[in-house]
Design a protein around this ligand. Structure first.
Ligand code: XUL
Ligand code: CO
Length: 442
């Protein structure tokens, strides 16, 4: 078999924080125990097939720039898909990534009919199963691409035409079965074009009802095929449409409540989508835990000055520490994990740049895990929060929350009491504590 990554050691080794070797981990030490799990069990890293193996660096201004020999066309599309898959598994194995994620179209080419496309997917799933068996790499999630083909120009499940809805349903049925066959831990739905450009041509209520119906059918299909993984929605506020229905965690939560899907569907939170929605990453994680819908993470980063989905690899330990802290506080991952839905910059054109990007991302997350875990086990933030709300544990506070008070009764209470004492929120002090944990994480 042709090898594509011949200039890197295999597998990438952990050498510790003092190592200067660019092709080694300085923080990610898969078997190191942190609390009740190893780093590998905490972080559950996945490589995203689409950015790393299907994208040659093209953008709307110009052609591909990346050295991706497995993408050079001219052969039978199935042979090309198999070569690409061999490159992908060579990469997963050399990096030491335990999981990968894919869209149906990433791993298998479209045929000239739906039947032919389905047969191609079947064959590529067999191919993937053999690679997984050989390498031990597992599937974190699969998803159907319901946004690239022109038929989905007006959405998939929210399309004004039920024939397009049916097409999306058929594609999802096949992709869920593929995910099931490969032992996927989750199945993701990102509403690529589920949104609108203008209300002038949009029946908002009908589109939401269609999306609710679609998702209910997804849950029913999960049952009928015996898939045990978690169904995840991926929130995003805009891009490609001006207004995406799955705007953020709160919008997804309201949607799941409205269509009676709580307990069936959870969320896959993407860091850059959170920031596009005007939220911190940590906020979205906390919101999901609060609503009981936390599932998995697409680990990436935006850019402070750019208001679009730049999908950079995560580099900020401080940002990720706050996110990891919320993840750990909620109990950590069950079926979820950290998928690098991240791509190289277009000038990072050499093949081994893929390694540098993932090594950096994994080290960033590993170091963030260490800092977050230390803050959590030392209780440095939780005691401050407990103190801050301690009034609610008094007999008076409990009475209010138990519904035993009225506005009238509280007015009487205020008439009998003095002005409440004010307490500092101590934000800067707490920020200094976080900075110290980030600095000291080892
Ligand atoms: C798009 C995005 C997707 C989903 C899977 O912004 O994040 O790649 O993660 O369809
Ligand atoms: Co994503």
């Amino acid at each position: 078999m042709t090898e594509f990554f011949t200039t890197v050691p295999s597998p990438i080794a952990y050498e510790g924080p003092d190592s200067d070797n660019p092709l080694a981990f300085r923080w990610y030490d898969a078997n190191r125990v942190v609390g009740d799990r190893t780093m590998a069990e905490h972080l559950r890293f996945a490589v995203a097939y689409w950015h790393s193996f299907n994208w040659d660096g093209f953008d709307i201004f110009g052609a591909g720039t990346l050295d991706r020999p497995w993408l050079t066309g001219g052969r039978h599309p199935m042979d090309e898909a198999k070569t690409k898959m061999a490159a992908a598994f060579e990469f997963f194995e050399k990096l030491g990534a335990p999981f990968f994620c894919f869209h149906d179209v990433d791993i298998s080419p479209a045929g000239s009919t739906f039947r032919e496309t389905a047969a191609n997917l079947d064959e590529m799933v067999d191919e993937a199963a053999a690679h997984m068996e050989r390498t031990g790499v597992q599937l974190l999630w699969g998803t159907a691409n319901l946004f690239s083909h022109p038929r989905f120009q007006a959405g998939a499940s929210t399309n004004p035409d039920p024939e397009v809805f049916a097409h999306a349903a058929a594609q999802v049925a096949n992709c869920m079965e593929a995910t099931h066959r490969l032992g996927g831990a989750n199945y993701v739905l990102w509403g690529g074009r589920e949104g609108y450009e203008t209300l002038l041509n949009t029946d908002l209520k009908r589109e939401l009802d269609q999306m609710g119906r679609f998702l209910t059918m997804v849950v029913e299909h999960k049952r009928s095929i015996g898939f045990k993984g978690t169904i995840l929605l991926e929130p995003k506020p805009f891009e490609p449409t001006k207004h995406q229905y799955d705007f953020d965690v709160a919008a997804c939560h309201a949607f799941l409540e409205r269509y009676d899907l709580i307990g069936e569907v959870f969320v896959n939170i993407e860091v850059n989508h959170a920031t596009l929605a005007g939220h911190d990453f940590a906020h979205e994680v906390a919101a999901a835990h609060t609503a009981g819908i936390f599932g998995s993470i697409d680990a990436n980063a935006g850019d402070d000055r750019l208001g679009w989905d730049v999908d950079r690899f995560p580099v900020s330990v401080e940002q990720m520490t706050l996110g990891m802290y919320e993840i750990l506080k909620g109990g950590g991952f069950t079926t979820g994990g950290l998928n690098f839905d991240a791509k190289l910059r277009r000038q990072s054109s050499e093949r081994d740049d893929l390694f540098h990007a993932h090594i950096g991302g994994m080290d960033t997350m590993a170091r963030s895990l260490l800092a977050a875990h230390a803050m959590l086990s030392d209780g440095v933030l939780s005691t401050a929060i407990e103190d801050r709300y301690s009034g609610w544990s008094t007999a008076f506070g409990k009475r209010v929350m138990a519904g035993k008070e009225t506005l009238d009764g509280l007015r009487d209470h205020v008439l009998e009491h003095h002005e409440p004492e004010r307490h500092s929120g101590r934000q800067e002090l707490l920020e200094n504590i976080v900075a110290r944990y980030v600095e000291r994480a080892r």
